[in-house]
Write a protein that binds this ligand. Structure first.
Ligand code: ADP
Ligand code: MG
Length: 700
């Protein structure tokens, strides 16, 4: 079937017509022949096997049995009656049951004739029955072409109500496949022979109507590979073209600011991972392409210092830099930390947030435009149009998942050429997923914590043990440490959660009375200045206990805090728990995290608690999270079109993804524009595939 035919509107398929076409479009998104062909079964019914009645085990299994009907009778029910047939083979007996359609059955069933029945089992009172079986005389069944693995397609309630059953879809599919006959090959010869792939034609036929389980497996492999291959090809190509086309400012030198910071201010030795990442960044900045780099590093791995040193490279080359954070608290903390480090080398830093006063703002704008200001730190306030730089060369974005594409686009327009972009995230994204999501970004990973850190000890306790937990808090506080107590506040407006928080606060106040103890509270309903005030008291050690909602999740750094209590921990996702835990363990002292939950936990909930107590490794935790929740629910992935896969599965087909990516790499490295003779087939397929689809314009 050629490309043009594939694009034929679905109503032109025999057996469809306007009414069904409408349903197929609205319910299943099938508009064209091609869409129907790519509507894959989600499972298959195995009719290659006949069961004996004595072998039956699982209720609700679908089985096929050969036997005969010995007797039919009706059984009255509260309303109406049911028709029951005794069915037996040489190993036992069971019942077939009909709740409707009695007349047809009674008139057509033959007693003692051999039948093939198929359907779902019910188990009740020690025996099996099968409601509404598919039933066929053995003689007739023999004459039919043997389709052993029957496809089952996804359906919707509306479709089944309107009579578009699985059988209808199968019939349509069969007729389309018969009409298609052959499909143009879409993968190059060398890949086909390397991986011993089925041809496109064989794959399409076998994925819908498998001739055997083995061929089905091969068909699925081939189609999954193809799906990943073209997505990866697109992402890598975007990246390659980006590097060729999007010119960036070339930072020629590493100069005085960087060197004097490195030699006389930097308070510690950089870790090996930090050095490696800085080299990767340096290489990007020294080329003439615009940098688009994602910096992944677990909480506490020391991303901030890497960001600062990158900004110093910009300043050494006569450019300004900005650092954008998702919350005011975090921006303020960055500002305080960085201005202290910048002061000795004469780098000018300012803070801009929603609560910056108008007159301060005016001065700040002025200093930004005349270039006096080197580094601007802030919330999203700094991408507003009124904020104009003299010469912005680098934008660092902390905790990227909170920023949307449109906001990033605004950043690009802040200079004649787009500034270099460094995106930092502490949400470790499993490598599998990173490949798909960020195929068009370059990724650096800090996979090493600064030396001397003690692993945080994590325990799980039930509500009923709260008194012991309070005692533990007391012990830590008496040693001079500080403590976080975090409550879930899923939606800032949920009064229910808010009450939990306030009740918790009250009971902690009772347990830890003033003036011996001082307690801070921070939540989303407070005014920004009140939040900042409370936060500040905790940071300065004036309060020992911080009762808070997840506003403290991101980035806050209090090295003296050694204990993190998480209330209703079962209500948090794994990555959030890990983020929260990362608030402690930043100083030299042994730190602890206590997860408090109710007695009743879902099995996922249990897995989360077990994972948290078993490991501190963010990547490991992210892998578990991915398995528990699937890729669509992980932070930062929601807007990604690449997760909308037709046949492949990012988690289960990880290995195929890697293979596909490495082949795609090969092609793009050799030929980013797909112009070589041997890539013409890829080029053609690529253009058809992505003609009216843009897979997630991540940065553009
Ligand atoms: P994150 O990656 O979570 O943003 P930070 O940048 O806030 O981590 O760093 C956490 C803490 O570790 C900070 O107090 C920082 O000064 C410190 N730190 C960073 N790098 C090193 C290092 N190489 N050696 C010792 N301490 C470091
Ligand atoms: Mg940070």
């Amino acid at each position: 079937m050629d490309t043009k035919t594939l694009l034929t509107p679905i109503e032109y398929l025999k057996g469809v017509g306007p009414g069904r076409a409408d349903l197929l479009k609205t319910e299943l998104g099938i508009h064209k022949f091609q869409d129907l062909l790519q509507f894959f079964p989600f499972r298959y019914i195995d009719k290659s096997r006949f069961y004996k009645i004595s072998e039956l085990q699982d209720s609700s299994a679908e089985v096929q049995i050969l036997g005969k009907i010995t007797n039919v009778h009706t059984v009255p029910m509260k309303r109406g009656k049911r028709l029951v047939a005794e069915f037996e083979d040489d190993t036992g007996a069971m019942e077939l049951v009909w709740f409707r359609g009695h007349k047809w059955i009674l008139e057509n069933l033959k007693i003692n004739a051999p039948y093939v029945i198929f359907g779902k089992l019910n188990y009740f009172n020690g025996s099996f029955s099968m409601p509404h079986p598919e039933i066929e005389e053995l003689e007739k069944a023999k004459t039919k072409a043997q389709i052993k693995l029957q496809p089952v397609y996804p359906s919707t309630e509306k479709l089944s109500k309107r009579g578009i059953s699985n059988r209808v879809i199968s019939t349509l599919m069969l007729s389309l496949l018969e009409q298609s006959k052959t499909f143009q090959e879409t993968l190059p010869n060398n890949v086909m022979s390397d991986l011993k792939l089925l041809s496109k034609t064989e794959a399409m036929q076998n994925v819908h109507f498998p001739q055997s389980a083995e061929l089905l497996g091969k068909a699925q492999f081939r189609l999954k590979f193809e799906e990943f291959f073209y997505i990866q090809l697109q992402l890598l190509r975007k990246n390659a073209i980006h590097k060729i086309k999007i010119k960036g400012f070339t930072f020629k030198q590493v100069g005085d600011y960087f060197n004097s910071f490195y030699n006389s201010v930097l308070p510690f030795e950089l870790t090996g991972a930090q050095k490696r990442v800085l080299k990767e960044i340096r290489k990007d900045l020294g080329s003439n392409a615009q940098m688009n780099r994602l910096l992944q590093g677990d909480v506490g791995s020391g991303k901030t210092i890497v960001a600062l040193m990158t900004m110093l490279m910009a300043i050494d080359n006569g450019f300004q830099a900005c650092l954008m954070a998702p919350t005011e608290i975090l921006a303020t903390q960055h500002y305080e930390g960085l201005s202290e480090l910048c002061e000795p080398i004469g780098v000018e830093v300012e803070l801009l947030t929603g609560s910056t006063k108008k007159k301060d703002r005016k001065i700040l704008h002025e200093r930004l435009r005349n270039g006096e200001l080197h580094i601007l730190i802030g919330t999203h306030a700094l991408i507003e149009d009124t904020v104009q730089f003299k010469n912005l060369g680098l934008a660092v974005i902390d905790e990227q998942h909170r920023f949307g594409v449109a906001q990033r686009a605004k950043l690009w327009k802040k200079n004649s050429l787009p500034p270099h972009v460094l995106v930092m995230t502490a949400t470790p994204i499993p490598r599998t997923l990173a490949m798909s999501l960020y195929g068009d970004l370059d990724v650096s990973v800090i996979d090493e914590l600064p030396p001397g850190r003690k692993a945080i000890k994590t325990v799980h306790r039930y509500d009923s043990n709260r008194l012991k937990v309070f005692k533990f808090i007391k012990d830590e506080v008496d040693k001079g440490r500080q403590v976080y107590v975090v409550y879930p506040l899923i939606e800032e407006s949920a009064n229910f959660d808010y009450k939990d928080l306030m009740d918790g606060y009250a009971s902690i106040e009772r347990e830890f009375p003033k003036p011996t103890y001082q307690i801070s509270i921070v939540h989303g309903k407070m005014k920004p200045e009140d939040k900042a005030y409370e936060m500040d008291r905790f940071v300065k050690g004036k309060t020992q206990i911080m009762v808070a909602t997840t506003v403290i999740e991101v980035g806050v750094n209090v090295p003296n805090a050694s204990l993190m209590i998480i209330e209703s921990a079962e209500r948090f996702g794994l990555s959030q728990l890990h983020q929260l835990r990362g608030r402690v363990g930043r100083g030299a002292e042994q730190s602890y995290c206590v997860l408090i939950t109710g007695k009743k936990l879902s099995s996922d909930g249990k897995t989360r608690m077990e994972t948290m107590t078993a490991t501190n490794d963010g990547f490991e935790i992210a892998e578990v999270d991915l398995k528990l929740r699937g890729p669509g629910n992980l932070m930062g992935t929601q807007q990604s079109g690449v997760l909308d896969l037709k046949i492949a599965d990012l988690v289960k087909d990880n290995q195929i993804l890697k293979t596909a990516r490495s082949y795609a790499h090969h092609v793009i490295n050799a030929d980013p524009n797909l112009q070589m003779e041997e890539h013409q087939m890829i080029n053609l397929t690529y253009r058809v595939l992505f003609k009216d689809k843009t897979i997630w314009n991540y940065i553009s």
